[in-house]
Structure formats: structure tokens, C-alpha cells
Ligand binder design. Sequence first.
Ligand code: GRF
Length: 208
Amino acid sequence: MLRIVVCVSGGGTNLQAILDYMEQGAITNVEVIAVISNNANAKALDRARAKEIPAIVMSPKTYSDRDTYNVAFTEKMTELAPDLVVLAGFLVKIPEQMIERFPNRIVNIHPSLIPSFCGVGYYGLKVHQKVLERGVKVTGATVHFVNEGMDEGPIIAQKAVVVEEGDTPEILQQRVMEQAEWILLPQAIDDIANGRIRLENNKVLRCV
Ligand code: GRF
């Protein structure tokens, strides 16, 4: 059984996709042991509570400084001892000590085809605004392992989504979530839980 902690900051639609896949049996061999948010008002926490999953709030704002928060956040994650940490719309930078403690055991969903439209400042709607400004015809989403860089870890899976004329950032974000994020993240978790992927030379390979 793969024990996972899901980190969230907002609406929790990616968390809900994971929970729905589990309920439908499309994800097997996984247990969500806790959901952690930096935002006490995150709707994602209500989605966890609805499934009686421990919903934990750890906000940097309630700590004297970021270093103190990073220590406390890493200590809490160590105490929970998940097999995998899943960042699902989580907007806080992962502390380096947590990445060291959980090497290639933290995955993130990013709403673009990395290495395009990623890195510092590229999150949420901003990603889709930049996609539309640039005029690209195809965008999508990427699930990747988290390393010390920003959106630079080994890529697990990607899915393309067509940009349509008249798209606004909000319309495009919804299409990328529906057609890519809410499919890729649950599938990646199921693949990891059932031993279908492995890392070789920092590249993700599929085990047949
Ligand atoms: C969305 O912008 C999504 O693309 C990104 O995080 C944001 C919120 O996702 N991954 P969620 O609804 O909180 O899962």
C-alpha cells in the first residue's frame, strides 16, 4: 500500500480527481494518510474532511520566519512518513531539507508542457496568461518528480491540450485541468503505487 500525503493550497480539484479515481478503483494500492494546506480556507481541506482524511493546516504566516516554517513542515512530513508526497496545486516552495529527506518521492502537477512556461512566477492562471500571450497552439500539463530546482525534476508524464481561438486564461485553465491534470496526476500515482515506472539516469522509464 502506497501511503501518500497530498499538499494543497486552493480549490483542490486535483485532490478530488485523486479521491474520485480511488473510489472508482482506477487507482489501487494507495492510501491518502493526510492532506496538508498552507491556506486554512482552502476548499481542498473540505474535500479531505468529506472523506474523513486528516486535514492539516501549516501556514508560513504563522511562523516567525520561513526557515522555522521549513523545519516544522519537514518535521511534520517526517512524522507522517508517507511513501510519496503529492503536490496538487500547492503554492509553497518545498524546503530543500524535505527534498533531501524524500528524494524522488515528491511529485508535482504543473499546468504546462515543461520546460515551457515553468519556473519562478509560473503558477496558476499566470501560466495560461503567458501561453495566450505567446500565441502557442498547444499547451498541456506535466507530472514530474520534485528536485531542488523549480519544475526541473524528472518528467513522469505529459498530456497535450489544444489552445482554441477566443480562449481566456480561465477557459484554458479549465480545459487543461479537465483534459490533462485530472487525468495525469491520478494515473501517475497509480503507476508509482503499482511499480510501473522506474528512474534510470534521472529519466523516468516505464516497466512493462
Ligand atoms: C490550478 O491552476 C492547477 O492548474 C494547478 O494548481 C491550481 C489549482 O489546482 N496545478 P487545484 O484545483 O487546487 O487542484
